[in-house]
Design a protein around this ligand. Structure first.
Ligand code: SF4
Ligand code: SF4
Length: 106
């Protein structure tokens, strides 16, 4: 589909065609978006103090927590933004380029 936007400079709000519309909320779990990622978070269990900052700040709710403890990352939805690594006060998260060997952790 293509839109004729030749007169767009003169459009009023009601003249703009509808763009992408998501009619239902809460459907992000239905879509695997981790394929956008170029790097992934790796958590060092020895450094982690279980403060849960990474869980709070992750914009994609991609940090797994079980019994109030971080256990892993949901790589189906983690987009590799690195916010968790930046937010971690213990430097326990390293962002690793996809396709590389995992770093050694104690
Ligand atoms: S890299 Fe970004 S999306 Fe992935 S777990 Fe960390 S904060 Fe969430
Ligand atoms: S922010 Fe860092 S120290 Fe806190 S739970 Fe996450 S990995 Fe562990």
């Amino acid at each position: 589909m293509s839109w004729d936007i030749s007169g767009m400079a003169g459009w009023k709000a009601d003249d703009f065609p509808l763009g992408a519309v998501i009619p239902d909320s809460g459907n992000s779990r239905d879509y695997v978006t981790g394929g956008w990622r170029s790097q992934r978070p790796v958590r060092d269990e020895a450094k982690c103090t279980q403060c849960l900052f990474c869980w709070i700040y992750c914009p994609d709710t991609a940090v797994y927590v079980v019994d109030e403890k971080v256990t892993d990352f949901n790589l189906d939805h983690c987009k590799g933004c690195g916010v968790c690594a930046k937010a971690c006060p213990s430097d326990a998260i390293t962002m690793v380029p996809e396709g590389c060997e995992l770093p050694e952790v104690q």
